[in-house]
Design a protein around this ligand. Sequence first.
Ligand SMILES: [Zn+2]
Length: 243
Amino acid sequence: MFLNKFEHILLIIYHIIMFSELIHLFFPRLCPACSSALFKNEHVICFRCKNILPRTEFHLKPGNPLERVFWGRVPLKSAAACFIFRKEGGVQKLLHELKYNNAPEIGREIGRLYGRELANSPSFSEADLIIPVPLHPKKLSIRGYNQSGVFGEGLQETLPARMNEDVLVRNLNTGTQTRRSRFERWENVDSIFAVSNSELVQNKRILLIDDVITTGATLESCAVNLFKAGATDIRVACIAAPI
Ligand SMILES: [Zn+2]
């Protein structure tokens, strides 16, 4: 049997599809939160996890517990986190995979998901500039990406604001925060970060982003420096908060 050119191309396409089906059968993509195999139409995180992972809905609640963390420290327009962080929960698994298993697409997918929700909140949708908390250069060279940066990539796909990862820089002589005592951390918090070029933030409405918020010291330090550089206002969004 002789095939014409068109039939030959169709046959090749058919084989490629069959091959990808086989790959999918033997090496299914897994949801990083629940480890179940993803269906073809599911992207990165399964539909079930997107629905049942615990949410804060803080972007719809002015005066929420996350905003209260910053009261008396730095005047934020608003603060929100996508998920409630619980030890041993699906959110912790997501974050662990994002940070330690070379899975930047998890951050992007959460960013897209959360950006679509933040777009319904006037405070978040009016932001001009997304700024991620920079990773320590040593960690960045090991991980290959900043988990807050990839979260921002997803956010800027679904929000009007654009991201700039070069605005905030870490002062290298301060070391990593984890090596310091709690008191030392509080004492030198403003000197950990600096703004590289204040023209980039002057008169800008900033959306400052991070992965997990705990004491708020990192975000406070970033926000203080952004205000000093001339930012109009600042709101904060994180992937998760243990609240
Ligand atoms: Zn899942």
